[in-house]
Design a protein around this ligand. Structure first.
Ligand SMILES: [Zn+2]
Length: 170
Protein backbone atom coordinates (compact mmCIF):
# COMPACT_ATOMS: atom_id res chain seq x y z
CA UNK A 1 0.00 0.00 0.00
CA UNK A 2 1.30 3.42 -0.91
CA UNK A 3 -0.45 6.64 0.08
CA UNK A 4 0.03 9.66 -2.14
CA UNK A 5 -0.22 13.39 -1.48
CA UNK A 6 0.66 13.06 2.20
CA UNK A 7 1.19 16.48 3.64
CA UNK A 8 0.34 18.20 0.38
CA UNK A 9 -3.00 19.51 1.61
CA UNK A 10 -4.79 18.12 -1.46
CA UNK A 11 -8.35 17.21 -0.55
CA UNK A 12 -9.83 16.25 -3.90
CA UNK A 13 -12.03 13.16 -3.75
CA UNK A 14 -10.96 10.07 -5.68
CA UNK A 15 -12.14 10.61 -9.26
CA UNK A 16 -10.45 7.83 -11.22
CA UNK A 17 -9.42 4.29 -10.27
CA UNK A 18 -7.30 1.98 -12.39
CA UNK A 19 -7.97 -1.65 -11.44
CA UNK A 20 -5.78 -4.41 -12.80
CA UNK A 21 -6.63 -7.98 -11.79
CA UNK A 22 -3.78 -10.22 -12.88
CA UNK A 23 -4.09 -14.01 -12.98
CA UNK A 24 -1.13 -16.38 -12.91
CA UNK A 25 -2.76 -19.74 -13.64
CA UNK A 26 0.18 -21.91 -12.51
CA UNK A 27 1.65 -19.51 -9.93
CA UNK A 28 4.58 -19.28 -12.36
CA UNK A 29 7.63 -18.23 -10.28
CA UNK A 30 9.23 -15.93 -12.84
CA UNK A 31 5.96 -14.21 -13.78
CA UNK A 32 5.17 -13.74 -10.10
CA UNK A 33 8.60 -12.24 -9.41
CA UNK A 34 8.45 -9.98 -12.50
CA UNK A 35 4.97 -8.64 -11.80
CA UNK A 36 5.51 -8.04 -8.08
CA UNK A 37 8.90 -6.42 -8.80
CA UNK A 38 7.22 -4.19 -11.39
CA UNK A 39 4.51 -3.18 -8.91
CA UNK A 40 7.18 -2.26 -6.35
CA UNK A 41 9.13 -0.30 -9.02
CA UNK A 42 5.93 1.56 -9.90
CA UNK A 43 5.32 2.39 -6.23
CA UNK A 44 8.90 3.67 -5.98
CA UNK A 45 8.34 5.91 -8.99
CA UNK A 46 5.09 7.17 -7.48
CA UNK A 47 6.78 8.02 -4.18
CA UNK A 48 10.18 9.23 -5.42
CA UNK A 49 9.78 10.07 -9.10
CA UNK A 50 8.49 13.22 -10.81
CA UNK A 51 7.12 15.01 -7.73
CA UNK A 52 5.44 18.40 -7.41
CA UNK A 53 6.38 21.17 -4.95
CA UNK A 54 4.48 19.30 -2.18
CA UNK A 55 6.63 16.19 -2.71
CA UNK A 56 3.77 14.26 -4.28
CA UNK A 57 3.01 12.77 -7.68
CA UNK A 58 0.36 15.15 -9.09
CA UNK A 59 -3.13 13.66 -8.76
CA UNK A 60 -1.95 10.39 -7.22
CA UNK A 61 -3.88 9.30 -4.12
CA UNK A 62 -3.02 5.68 -3.37
CA UNK A 63 -1.84 2.38 -4.78
CA UNK A 64 -2.84 -0.95 -3.30
CA UNK A 65 -1.41 -4.31 -4.37
CA UNK A 66 -2.92 -7.55 -3.07
CA UNK A 67 -1.23 -10.85 -3.96
CA UNK A 68 -3.74 -13.64 -3.40
CA UNK A 69 -2.46 -17.20 -3.79
CA UNK A 70 -4.78 -20.16 -4.21
CA UNK A 71 -3.29 -22.91 -2.06
CA UNK A 72 -2.74 -26.33 -3.56
CA UNK A 73 -3.73 -29.68 -2.05
CA UNK A 74 -0.09 -30.68 -1.56
CA UNK A 75 2.67 -28.53 -0.13
CA UNK A 76 6.13 -29.44 -1.44
CA UNK A 77 9.03 -28.96 0.97
CA UNK A 78 10.73 -25.98 -0.70
CA UNK A 79 7.78 -24.48 -2.55
CA UNK A 80 4.54 -22.92 -1.31
CA UNK A 81 2.54 -25.27 -3.53
CA UNK A 82 0.21 -22.61 -4.88
CA UNK A 83 -2.21 -23.61 -7.69
CA UNK A 84 -2.58 -20.07 -8.98
CA UNK A 85 -2.17 -16.46 -7.92
CA UNK A 86 -4.34 -13.39 -8.37
CA UNK A 87 -2.78 -9.92 -8.16
CA UNK A 88 -5.25 -7.11 -7.58
CA UNK A 89 -3.75 -3.67 -8.10
CA UNK A 90 -5.82 -0.55 -7.43
CA UNK A 91 -4.37 2.80 -8.41
CA UNK A 92 -6.42 5.76 -7.17
CA UNK A 93 -6.21 9.23 -8.75
CA UNK A 94 -7.96 12.56 -8.47
CA UNK A 95 -8.80 12.46 -12.18
CA UNK A 96 -8.20 10.58 -15.41
CA UNK A 97 -5.83 13.19 -16.87
CA UNK A 98 -3.43 12.93 -13.91
CA UNK A 99 -3.35 9.15 -14.24
CA UNK A 100 -2.82 9.25 -18.01
CA UNK A 101 -0.04 11.81 -17.66
CA UNK A 102 1.80 9.68 -15.11
CA UNK A 103 1.38 6.40 -17.05
CA UNK A 104 2.77 8.02 -20.22
CA UNK A 105 6.00 8.93 -18.38
CA UNK A 106 6.51 5.84 -16.20
CA UNK A 107 9.50 3.66 -17.13
CA UNK A 108 8.44 0.87 -14.76
CA UNK A 109 4.96 0.73 -16.30
CA UNK A 110 6.39 0.78 -19.84
CA UNK A 111 8.76 -2.09 -18.95
CA UNK A 112 6.05 -4.42 -17.63
CA UNK A 113 3.72 -3.59 -20.54
CA UNK A 114 6.57 -4.52 -22.93
CA UNK A 115 7.14 -7.79 -21.01
CA UNK A 116 3.39 -8.50 -21.24
CA UNK A 117 3.03 -7.70 -24.94
CA UNK A 118 6.27 -9.31 -26.14
CA UNK A 119 5.75 -12.64 -24.38
CA UNK A 120 8.42 -12.40 -21.71
CA UNK A 121 5.63 -13.05 -19.23
CA UNK A 122 4.73 -16.69 -19.86
CA UNK A 123 1.40 -17.22 -18.07
CA UNK A 124 0.14 -13.83 -16.84
CA UNK A 125 -3.28 -12.71 -18.06
CA UNK A 126 -5.30 -9.80 -16.73
CA UNK A 127 -8.49 -7.82 -16.52
CA UNK A 128 -7.91 -4.09 -16.79
CA UNK A 129 -10.67 -1.72 -15.67
CA UNK A 130 -10.89 2.01 -15.23
CA UNK A 131 -13.51 2.96 -12.67
CA UNK A 132 -15.33 6.22 -12.03
CA UNK A 133 -16.80 6.78 -8.56
CA UNK A 134 -20.54 7.52 -8.63
CA UNK A 135 -20.50 8.67 -5.00
CA UNK A 136 -17.78 9.45 -2.46
CA UNK A 137 -18.72 9.22 1.23
CA UNK A 138 -16.22 9.58 4.03
CA UNK A 139 -17.17 8.60 7.56
CA UNK A 140 -15.08 8.98 10.67
CA UNK A 141 -15.81 7.25 13.97
CA UNK A 142 -16.17 8.88 17.39
CA UNK A 143 -13.47 7.81 19.85
CA UNK A 144 -15.90 7.99 22.80
CA UNK A 145 -19.37 6.88 21.69
CA UNK A 146 -18.52 5.20 18.35
CA UNK A 147 -21.03 7.33 16.42
CA UNK A 148 -20.39 7.94 12.73
CA UNK A 149 -19.27 11.46 11.78
CA UNK A 150 -19.76 12.31 8.11
CA UNK A 151 -16.85 14.02 6.33
CA UNK A 152 -13.09 13.73 5.89
CA UNK A 153 -12.33 16.63 8.27
CA UNK A 154 -15.08 16.13 10.88
CA UNK A 155 -12.81 15.88 13.91
CA UNK A 156 -15.60 16.22 16.50
CA UNK A 157 -18.48 13.84 17.08
CA UNK A 158 -21.88 15.30 16.11
CA UNK A 159 -23.49 13.41 19.02
CA UNK A 160 -21.11 13.92 22.00
CA UNK A 161 -18.44 16.36 20.71
CA UNK A 162 -15.58 13.97 21.54
CA UNK A 163 -12.71 13.70 19.03
CA UNK A 164 -13.05 11.32 16.10
CA UNK A 165 -10.43 8.97 14.69
CA UNK A 166 -8.43 10.45 11.81
CA UNK A 167 -9.17 9.28 8.29
CA UNK A 168 -6.65 9.36 5.43
CA UNK A 169 -7.73 10.68 2.01
CA UNK A 170 -7.83 7.07 0.79
ZN1 LIG B 1 -19.40 10.64 20.16
Amino acid sequence: MLDGQQGSGVTSPPGHVVCNVGHLPTAHDEDLRATVRSSLDIMNELSEGDLDSHGATPGFMANLLCVLPKPGMRRPLLHPGWQSVKEVNLSVWTDEQAAASWYRKSHAHANIVADHQQGRLRTFGNLLLTLKPTKVVRQRRCRACAAVAEGLFTDRCPRCSAPTFELPAF
